[in-house]
Design a protein around this ligand. Structure first.
Ligand SMILES: NC(=O)c1ccc[n+]([C@@H]2O[C@H](COP(=O)([O-])OP(=O)(O)OC[C@H]3O[C@@H](n4cnc5c(N)ncnc54)[C@H](O)[C@@H]3O)[C@@H](O)[C@H]2O)c1
Length: 247
């Protein structure tokens, strides 16, 4: 049984990831500022959560050490993230710093803490993963700070992999649009249909599809994969859709 940490495991992609690894037989601990709605039923004490703000590196280190003491870490997934909608002229310093603290420095702090414990334990085969985004690959209006943090996560993936190979592998997933509860609550039916029409696959991803990718990246089958980004976006960044070309 592996020990897996997922930040932001109470909702959306993180929650689907917690459940995917737990169903596969792993022990999973979520680090989140909020608990899961309705709990993590059905998995007994194999799934738990620790209240932790990933922007607080000391709290992150304490949470990691608490888990690692009894169950050495195998897989650590930096998934917690926030986005705040604002144009570049309206963005406030407070909002931008929070987005960077959670998304970018939250990933750096979690990976740093986990890598230190993995290295000190002297075991091979640790895996560090993160949720980046297609927003880190090109511009999307109204999310400048968010987009920059996701580009940063892709950059962290490369440098961590170089420094930690061959003992620890590092990779990130860049999802396109994923239908998480939070997004579903924000969309009207018309908005959902409009976004779907701009994705070649004609739909959003299910969080379970991102969770399955994490499970593959953490598996021995992905043993030669490090320093890379896996894009799962239904074709969104492949080019213009046939609808946009008028075909
Ligand atoms: N939903 C999408 O379309 C999409 C697309 C690409 C990337 N992503 C990324 O996927 C990740 C998960 O997003 P989601 O859509 O599942 O969102 P979500 O809001 O459903 O879940 C995010 C979780 O992170 C937790 N969280 C927020 N701030 C935190 C903090 N400071 N410390 C610890 N936990 C914190 C929240 O409590 C929540 O449980 C994020 O990094 C997001 O940027 C989402």
């Amino acid at each position: 049984m592996r020990t897996v940490i997922v930040s932001g495991g109470s909702s959306g992609i993180g929650r689907a990831t917690v459940e995917h690894f737990a169903r596969a037989g792993d022990r999973v601990v979520s680090l989140d500022i909020a608990g899961p709605q309705d709990g993590f039923g059905g998995f007994g004490d194999r799934v738990s959560w620790i209240r932790c703000d990933v922007a607080d590196w000391q709290a992150v280190d304490e949470a990691l050490e608490r888990v690692h003491r009894d169950h050495p870490l195998d897989v650590v997934i930096a998934n917690a993230g926030i986005s705040l909608r604002h144009g570049v002229l309206d963005i406030t310093e407070k909002d931008a710093r929070r987005v960077v603290d959670v998304n970018l420095l939250g990933t750096l702090g979690l990976w740093r803490g986990a890598a230190r414990l993995m290295a000190a334990a002297g075991r091979d085969g640790g895996v560090l993963l993160a949720t980046a985004s297609v927003n880190g690959r090109r511009g999307y209006p109204n999310y400048a700070d968010y987009n920059a943090t996701k580009a940063g996560v892709i950059a962290l993936t490369q440098t961590f992999a170089l420094e930690l190979s061959p003992r620890i592998r590092v990779a990130c997933v860049s999802p396109g649009a994923v239908l998480t509860p939070m997004q579903l609550a924000e969309y009207t039916d018309a908005m959902l249909a409009d976004v779907n029409a701009r994705i070649p696959a004609g739909r959003h991803a299910d969080p379970a599809e991102i969770a399955a990718a994490f499970h593959y990246l953490a598996s021995p089958e992905a043993g030669f994969l490090t320093g890379q980004e896996l894009v799962i976006d239904g074709g969104e960044t492949a080019g213009a859709t046939t609808a946009e070309w008028g075909a």
